[in-house]
Design a protein around this ligand. Sequence first.
Ligand code: PLP
Length: 454
Amino acid sequence: LDIQRAGQIDQASLFHPFTWVEDLKREGPNVITEGKGVRVKDIHGNEYLDGMAGLWCVNLGYGCQEVVDAIAAQSERLSFFHAFNGMSTDVVIECADELLKRAPVPMSRVFFGASGSDANETQIKLIWYYNNLLGRPKKKKIIARWNAYHGSGVLTSSLTGLPGMHNLFDLPIGPILHVTAPHHYRKAAEGQSEREFSRALAAELEELIAREGADTIAAFFAEPVMGAGGLIAPPEGYFEEIVPILRRHDILLVLDEVVSGFGRLGTYWGSQTINVEPDLITAAKGVTSGYFPMSACFISPKLWEVFEAEAPRAGVFAHGYTYSAHPVGAAAALAALKAIDDKKVVENVAEVGPYLHQAMRNAFADDPIVGEIRGIGLMIGIELVKNKATKEPFPASDRVGRRVLQAAAQKGLITRALGDTLVFAPPLVINKSEIDELVQKFKAAVDAVRPELG
Ligand code: PLP
């Protein structure tokens, strides 16, 4: 590709996801061409420490030879076959078995797809199918939280609690209800402790269920730590309060572990960090470490027993994608799962996650424009504010988060700006000296923007 013209050709041909067209016109794309370990290089040869593991997914880092080799070998042996009409492939069978062995609670089956969005769409259909099989056609509503991110499909965008993904699309549609995000820093009342805030959120949920009728509510979706909606860790007692309410009203709990699965929070599954037993789990991203598009819905015995007993009478689960069991994806996943074990990736996160949080606190705890540092494991968010005491944000039009992101890129660090919250979710193989470098580069980026902030 012509280096000089790459930007022009990009703009003439590519419609980028979630990208303001005028930003791209002004700045051009940053064209990344290669990666190794926790680092990537752009088309001009500049190197970056990738603080976002791509999009929360390249958990094993770039150029993980085991996964690369597995993809090449499987592509050569059998590049594609499906799992429809009684067909299967050896590698997909093995992958399903290995995933079930690693589930945090006993699970009966996995259903494969290609993305987190399609997996969450599948979850909704599994839930509706389940309640129809049980003769409860009214029990269909789904509760999600504001600030949640569950994907870009029409229903998963509706589940997603970000108005920016609803406006201009006439969403949300479907029987979707939203409750307050467990965002203590922004949503708790003055002086309210985390525990009290969690109790208030539980009361809100109880009221919603009473108003709508438990016989109309099928499921509750939650990310263990909310990602794209602002990097929000649950306040103390949150799931302890919420889960018994769901159980009491026979409302299924879906944990969206698209980001948190496979070690990101310092436990193999996010559910183990928050100490919750889900009925359904959505996994994607880290399942192949981002090397191949793949997702998996884990189905608990509670649902599976109903499917087995009732489906012969009522009808087939008429749902699936061409890539609902891609052998190359399965081979990539098998290699990634083995590498996670062999490289002791989860143990690494348990050690370097707290190190990252401490290093950020050391660098920024007293910083007058840092309102809050939050997150768990290798998921961290730093919220910048105009006034630390009052939590007053910078005017949105100042785009402070974006300016820091650009300053970081100039210093060789990739971050992500969720408004004025800068987030990091680096590859899970990152070591302490790379974390020191990440924090130091981020500090330099904040310091570069600071004088412009008035
Ligand atoms: N769920 C969560 C928690 C996510 O963070 C994402 C993507 O970032 C998705 C679902 C959607 O996954 P995908 O982009 O693969 O469709």
